[in-house]
Design a protein around this ligand. Structure first.
Ligand SMILES: *Cc1c(COP(=O)(O)O)cnc(C)c1O
Length: 459
């Protein structure tokens, strides 16, 4: 007896043709030099251009691909465009994006060891490198999650779990509200995580260079200590590239027995570069840290590494238990789903692993150094330009500068013009309440001429 008649899952000559078409489109995108910035569109414009795409009969793969290639993809900004310098851009290696195609084709469930052993082993090798560059002890480990936001939230939940179990062990009552310490320079995802957890963020002062100090942390802990579940420091603030005083803060956290989390979502890559590694002194004291390989470690979206000094703390906060999952528990190796807020997961660390395995860690160090040199070159050019001035000395790969004499509206308008001309994507930010422009360099392909062109566009 055969199964029912069925056609959708079926490898045929037509599939071969579609594969060729999709691989050709992917290859064209990867090989484009330069990558165009492309543009954005309104929903009405897109609807008019594509017509209905979800239909009872289906469009066929070639037509759906044509719509993507001709209409949808050009209506998305290319984050790896060399003059896309806003927010935190991305510059995945060819190796990583090519391998991402194979990851998608491999139908690997990345939540448990028994199902994804080979892939999880490789992910863990890549995670181990991130443990090593931070100087965290043997036994540290974690998991790749979708982004820094989920990474911070998962680490903060683990921190609260440990604080709770310590109170329980001491026979003490839990506080009516838990709190985390963080400075105002912390990423918005920290406040978001606290909201999800119904916890408070207590703001810690920063020094003149916008860095949180150990002393300030100690002061707040002295008054609020009983309800503090963790301290969240930043290794590379998104807006200014500042690194908090990690060694001092880490020492205070140790003394007080408070969880020390370091958000290195953007900046962590700089630990792999010899010239910037010393700035992270003290991170080896962290109970947890995150870094986004999709930012400055040349991996495609979406990929954040979350590392715990004591993975058991992550596991006890996050492991899910259910009848249908019992079978997975006997396998002592390493279930990635145990370490964050998720269960099913794509093995999203594999494109990063493949690129790292392909090129070697020295190539990574070199690529990051290239972006750091670009940062210095950009700062020099801004110092030399009459119409511009640095708002603050650059740190890591962030350059924040003013266009002398412009209002916030002029900043905004010029950014939109540059985007519409497909010339550059450089949007205004704010520093101390004033409008500024901000460059963030993560793309080693950006050149001095690219920077000159943007400086010219701001005359
Ligand atoms: C980007 C960033 C985040 C958020 O990461 P996502 O991957 O965008 O969720 C958190 N912290 C810092 C410092 C960041 O730069």
């Amino acid at each position: 007896m055969h199964g029912p008649e069925y056609r959708m899952h079926h490898y045929s000559e037509a599939t071969d043709e579609l594969a060729d078409a999709i691989f050709a489109a992917a290859r064209k995108r990867i090989s484009e030099e330069p990558v165009p910035l492309d543009s954005t569109s309104t929903d009405e414009e897109l609807a008019a251009a594509t017509g209905a795409t979800i239909t009872p009969q289906g469009l066929g793969g070639h037509e759906a691909l044509r719509i993507f290639d001709e209409i949808l993809a050009p209506s998305c900004l290319s984050v790896d465009y060399t003059k896309y310098l806003s927010f935190v851009p991305a510059a995945p290696t060819e190796a990583s994006v090519l391998f991402d195609v194979l990851v998608g084709a491999s139908s690997i469930y990345g939540g448990s060891w028994i199902e994804g052993a080979g892939a999880v082993h490789a992910e863990n090798e890549a995670l181990q490198w991130l443990v090593d560059i931070a100087g965290m002890p043997v036994g540290s480990g974690g998991v790749f999650v979708a982004g820094g936001t989920i990474g911070n939230l998962s680490a903060m939940v683990a921190a609260r779990g440990r604080a709770e179990s310590r109170l329980n062990a001491a026979g003490l009552e839990r506080p009516s509200r838990w709190a985390f310490l963080a400075p105002r320079t912390a990423h918005s995802s920290v406040a978001s995580a606290a909201r999800v957890m119904d916890a408070d963020v207590i703001q810690v002062e920063v020094d003149d260079d916008f860095r949180m100090t150990g002393e300030a942390v100690a002061d707040v802990l002295a008054s609020e200590g009983y309800r503090v579940a963790g301290v969240v420091a930043t290794g590379g603030t998104t807006n200014l590239g500042r690194i908090d005083h990690l060694a001092d803060i880490g020492r205070v956290c140790r003394e007080e027995g408070v969880w020390f989390h370091v958000d290195c979502a953007y900046g962590g890559a700089a630990m792999a570069a010899p010239s910037t590694r010393p700035l992270f002194h003290g991170i080896e004291l962290a109970d947890s840290y995150i870094v986004d390989p999709h930012k400055w470690l040349f991996a495609p979206f979406d990929c954040c590494a979350l590392l715990y000094r004591d993975p058991a703390a992550g596991r006890s906060a996050h492991a899910q238990h259910a009848e249908y999952l019992d079978f997975l528990d006997g396998w002592g190796e390493w279930n990635p789903s145990d370490f964050a807020i998720h269960l099913t997961r794509r093995v999203r660390g594999l494109p990063f692993w493949f690129s790292l395995a392909t090129h070697g860690t020295s190539a990574y160090a070199e690529a990051i150094e290239v972006t750091l040199r670009l940062t210095q070159i950009a700062a020099e050019k801004i110092r030399a330009a009459n119409h511009l001035e640095l708002a603050i000395e650059p740190s890591l790969s962030v350059v924040v500068f003013r266009r002398k004499g412009w209002t916030a509206q002029q900043y905004q308008d010029r950014s939109i013009d540059m985007m519409n001309e497909e010339r550059a994507f450089v949007v205004p930010s704010r520093h101390e309440g004033e409008p500024v422009y901000r460059f963030c360099f993560v793309n080693p392909r950006t050149t001095g001429e690219d920077i000159d062109d943007i400086i010219d566009a701001l005359v």
